[in-house]
Design a protein around this ligand. Structure first.
Ligand code: SAH
Length: 382
């Protein structure tokens, strides 16, 4: 949950990164997104052409595999590290490919082991990604866009609208950077695409990145340990259902009736809860995996027992998990966290009705790990 917020910025033309439902899933190809990085061939991007490049240089095909092993398994930080490749090949690779296109603008670490990176992209834009340590779990939270177009009124990431989509290489680079924070004997175990941006508005670039994440020759993280969190764009959910329903899908509800949801999640106006739930059900039918619904509790706004009862009715007989997230306040925004009493009453209604509930513990709050927040603070300070 990396920040975000609202705004009236809904680019109306096509070819942007706004992810409006008419483009759900962004097949247009011509978005502003990738342009800053289009001239860079990222070594880990499956579309970067490494195999062809090697073939043109009469290199055996297995070299691509060896290079990937260096990157993902052996955590090479430079081509120079790849000591079993010839010097010539290393310098040719160095000339045509990049391992790093980002710079670490800030690295913070909280007492609970949470680490957060603020990354500066080639065009000067900044994104955040986070490593969470919880028992054996090493979960990373990654961003999919710079900014966000969804306009959820309580969120820091969308306060200034969306700036662009991340490229596949930039999405993967977050994983490479976070992996380097771990000691050699530890691996990333889980991925949540809950950082800045709406992942389903950038599926064209996200899906190839997640394919590498799950590839045994990539990061080797099983699909069910990869969670994609969406504001709920039905067309894009349907595309995911058709292309790969293996990921864990989390749908951000935040309200169980349309009027309130539209107030909190403005894109709901043109979509409506019924459509969101129907698309989520289709995903569930195809995947057989339990869905998660996220519900950010905002004090005095959506945290009354009646709100919980409405949620119980909306979920009906679905075997879903409800992830209740106490609001993490954002400087400058009027929303508050729920009082402990109202949070408890809200949870009690859900539990009493037999709903599976999980309360997301706050991790890394001191380092503003609700993403979008660090980026904003940084922008304000500059
Ligand atoms: N666009 C995706 C990913 C957003 S971040 C989505 O909407 O799901 C993941 C979750 O964090 C979302 O449910 C989002 O609403 C929530 N979130 C955003 N800002 C928050 C904040 N300040 N406190 C608590 N949760 C927040």
């Amino acid at each position: 949950m990396m920040g975000d917020m609202p705004t009236a910025i809904y680019p109306a033309d096509s070819g942007d990164a706004s992810g409006g439902e008419n483009r759900g899933g962004d097949r247009s190809g011509g978005d502003t997104a990738a342009l800053a990085a289009a001239d860079v061939r990222h070594i880990v991007d499956p579309g970067g052409g490494l195999d062809e490049w090697l073939a043109q240089r009469r290199q055996p095909a297995w070299r691509a595999k060896a290079i990937r092993r260096w990157l993902f398994g052996r955590r090479a930080a430079s081509f120079a590290d790849m000591t079993d490749l010839s010097k010539d090949l290393r310098s040719l690779l160095e000339a045509d490919f990049r391992i790093w296109t980002t710079a670490i603008a800030r690295h913070s670490r909280a007492d609970d082991g949470t680490e957060k990176l603020l990354l500066e992209l080639r065009d000067g834009q900044r994104i955040e990604c986070v490593l969470l340590r919880d028992g054996d779990r090493r979960t990373v939270c990654i961003s999919s866009q710079v900014g966000c177009a969804m306009g959820c009124v309580f969120c820091a990431s969308g306060l200034d609208g969306v700036i662009r989509n991340l490229t596949t290489g930039e999405i993967l680079e977050q994983l490479l950077r976070l992996q380097l924070l771990l000691p050699a004997e530890e691996r990333i175990s889980h991925i949540v695409v809950m950082g800045m941006g709406e992942p389903l508005a950038n599926l064209d670039r996200l899906l190839p990145a997640l394919a590498v994440a799950q590839d045994p020759e990539g990061f080797g993280i099983s699909q069910r340990r990869i969670t994609v969190s969406t504001v709920g764009l039905p067309q894009a959910i349907d595309r995911l259902t058709a292309e790969n329903p293996g990921y864990h899908l989390a749908v951000s509800l935040h309200a169980a009736e349309d009027q309130l949801r539209t107030r909190l999640v403005p894109v709901n106006k043109a979509i409506g809860l019924a459509e969101v739930m129907a698309a989520a059900d289709r995903y569930w039918e195809a995947s057989g995996r339990r869905l998660t619904f996220e519900y950010v509790l905002l004090g005095g706004v959506n945290d009354a027992p009646e709100d919980a009862q409405r949620l119980v009715r909306l979920l009906g007989r679905r075997a879903a998990l409800v992830n209740v997230i106490p609001y993490n306040t954002v400087a400058g925004l009027p929303w508050r966290e729920p009082s402990p009493g109202s949070q408890e009453r809200f949870l009690e209604v859900l539990r009493h009705a037999g709903v599976n509930v999980q309360v997301r513990r706050r991790k890394g709050a001191r380092i503003d790990a609700a993403c979008g927040q660090l980026r904003r603070l940084d922008a304000q300070a500059r």
